[in-house]
Structure formats: structure tokens, C-alpha cells
Design a protein around this ligand. Structure first.
Ligand code: NAP
Length: 311
């Protein structure tokens, strides 16, 4: 009989997309992991649903913008999964005055992990738009903040690794509408609909990848892992929807100016010409080591059950 104690894994963002995916996967292996899920409120609807669904998970209240709450949250943890939140009022309202608001969230988590001597930290980040574009695209703060977190983390005296999520396939559901006659699903994208970009299903792919990074930490420490099954255009994704559901689809290009803010405009300008995962040119090969079939456009539409936007 094995007497190995399960690893205590703290999961930030556990009621959201990335952290939720990590929670669901690790909770399937109670002999290997004790999951400690972090939420700002165990009374929220999301938290209450998950508490009922995963009674074996420990729930701890903490706020990544409140450093005092974080040391107890990560105390005695073997592993921490960290993710930060750019698109929320506290960070968005600081744009223009404090470009480090998202970095500060990540630093708060990392400093707590260092202070509590956590064994291994996996953080979700993104590359630097400024670096990828040789200094030309400087406005994409939700990339810069995460990249700064990555650099900060990898310089700390604790073991760590980084995952970078591809563009969420889920964005295509947000970007879907019916045409005027109501017989065709319009999948719109702010850019060339034939440009191939690295996509991932945040709900399905994040958890298995983070589990792989944790389970192989001797090999993964110090490294950066883009998460994606491959490069697909909006046209590929629309065609896959037709294949899976029989719905008529069309991919439609929007101007990047549909976004009022410079951050998202800058990101769509970046991906027009740059591969966001250019710093990890062999990532699709590396991903073959992960014992999981990552989501393709067809698997995305099949597993999401999407049958068109509401009419
Ligand atoms: N959309 C894309 O294509 C894409 C691609 C790659 C990366 N990203 C990045 O992914 C990040 C978002 O990750 P996600 O999709 O997993 O987010 P999400 O689903 O919106 O998750 C929000 C989670 O964060 C928690 N949270 C929010 N503020 C918090 C705080 N102050 N302290 C503690 N927890 C807090 C919430 O928990 P409670 O409410 O329970 O406290 C919730 O669990 C963004 O920064 C974005 O830039 C997005």
C-alpha cells in the first residue's frame, strides 16, 4: 500500500476558466493531490456550486490584490498555480496611471510563495508584445504585465514554470451572431479571417497541461510552455462548425478599431503580423509529450455543444 502523501496544490482563479480547468483535472486524483482552491468569496454562486460539486477540495478566501491574505493561502503548499486578472475594474481603471497593476497581482502571489517556501509554482503568463514587435507595439498591457510576472517568477529562488494559453476558442462563441436572414452563423474576428493563430480551449486544455507541468517538474522547471494544439484561422474554425453541426457559417473580418481600448487594438495589431509564441518555436512538438489530445476546432465545437448563438 502506498503511503505517499498527496501534494497540496493551491489553485488561484479556481472559480474561473483557467483555474477552474486545473481544479477539475486535479480533483480527479485525490490520492495524488489535495486541492486548495482560492476564491475571494466562498459565498459567491460560482464558489457555492463548486463547493457542492467538489466536497473534497479545501476552499480558502484570499485576494490577489491583498498581500496579507496570500501567505496563509499558500502556507504549507507543495505547488501553487497562479493566474492574474487584467480585465477587471481595479486593473482597467489603473491603465494610464499604473501600468503595473496586473504585475502587482502576480508579484503578490509570488512573494507569498517565496516567503512560505512553496516547492513549485506554475504561473499563467503571456509573452511581451513590445519584445515580439521589436519595440513597435507598446500598448498591450495585458501582455506586458504577464511577461513581467514571468520574468520576476523565473528569477526567484524557488522552482517554477510558466504556461501561456493560446487564444481561447471560446472567443469564437462570443464573436458569433446570426446573419440578417437568420440562416448563417457569422463568426467575426478583428483581423484577417485567413490568418492562422494558436488557439486553445481554456476549459479543456489548461488543466491537463498544468498537471503535466506539475507531474514532470524536474523536467519542466525554468521553462515556458505555450498551450495550443495548433494554428487555425477564423475560416478554419467556421468550417469546423459547419462540419460538426451542419450549420451554414461565414467568417467575417472586423476592423481592430471595434475595440475602443488601445490594449486590445494593440493585441490584434500584434497578431496580424507576429506569432505570439515565436519565442518557443518548437512548442507544438513539445506538446506531443503531454499525455492529452489538445482541442482542435472540431473537438471544440463537439465538446462545447454549441448549436449557434441565441436567436
Ligand atoms: N481570452 C483569451 O483568449 C485569453 C488568452 C490567453 C490568456 N488570457 C488571459 O487570461 C486571464 C483570465 O484568466 P481566466 O480566463 O481564467 O479568468 P476568469 O475566468 O475571468 O477568472 C476569474 C477568476 O479570477 C478570480 N479573481 C478575480 N479577481 C481576483 C482577486 N482580486 N483575487 C483573487 N481571485 C480573483 C475569480 O475568483 P472569485 O470571483 O471566485 O474570487 C475567478 O475565479 C486574463 O488575464 C487574460 O489576459 C486570455
Amino acid at each position: 500500500m502506498s503511503t505517499v502523501k498527496p501534494l497540496t496544490v493551491v489553485v488561484f482563479g479556481a472559480t474561473g476558466n483557467q483555474g477552474g480547468s486545473v481544479l477539475r483535472v486535479l480533483a480527479e486524483y485525490p490520492k495524488s493531490y489535495t486541492v486548495r482552491a482560492i476564491t475571494r468569496s466562498t459565498q459567491s454562486k460560482n464558489a457555492q456550486e463548486l463547493i457542492a460539486k467538489y466536497p473534497q477540495v479545501q476552499w480558502v478566501e484570499a485576494d490577489i490584490e491583498n498581500p496579507e491574505s496570500l501567505r496563509p493561502a499558500v502556507s504549507h503548499a507543495d505547488i501553487v498555480f497562479g493566474v492574474t486578472q487584467f480585465f477587471q475594474p481595479s486593473v482597467l481603471s489603473a491603465v494610464g496611471t499604473n501600468e503595473d497593476a496586473e504585475f502587482q497581482q502576480g508579484k503578490n502571489i509570488i512573494d507569498a510563495c517565496v516567503a512560505e517556501n512553496v516547492g513549485f509554482v506554475v504561473f499563467s503568463t503571456l509573452p511581451s508584445a513590445k519584445k515580439l514587435s521589436n519595440g513597435k507595439i507598446t500598448e498591450v498591457l495585458h501582455f506586458e504585465g504577464k511577461y513581467k510576472i514571468q520574468e520576476y517568477l523565473l528569477a526567484q529562488p524557488i522552482d517554477s514554470a510558466v504556461v501561456q494559453m493560446g487564444i481561447y476558442f471560446q472567443n469564437n462563441i462570443q464573436g458569433a451572431s446570426w446573419n440578417e436572414s437568420g440562416d448563417t452563423v457569422v463568426i467575426s474576428f478583428p483581423g484577417d479571417v485567413n490568418r492562422k493563430l494558436p488557439y486553445a480551449d481554456v476549459n479543456r486544455d489548461a488543466g491537463p497541461y498544468v498537471k503535466y507541468v506539475i507531474d514532470n517538474r524536474d523536467k519542466t522547471k525554468g521553462k515556458v510552455f505555450p498551450v495550443s494544439s495548433g494554428y487555425y484561422s477564423t475560416t478554419d474554425i467556421a468550417n469546423a462548425l459547419t462540419k460538426v453541426t451542419g450549420l451554414k457559417t461565414v467568417a467575417v473580418e472586423l476592423p481592430t478599431s471595434v475595440f475602443g481600448d488601445k490594449d486590445l487594438q494593440g493585441m490584434f495589431e500584434l497578431i496580424k503580423t507576429h506569432d505570439v509564441f515565436a519565442d518557443s518555436p518548437n512548442h507544438l512538438e513539445t506538446n506531443k509529450n503531454v499525455p492529452f489530445e489538445f482541442t482542435t476546432p472540431e473537438t471544440f465545437w463537439k465538446t462545447s455543444g454549441f448549436q449557434g448563438p441565441p436567436k
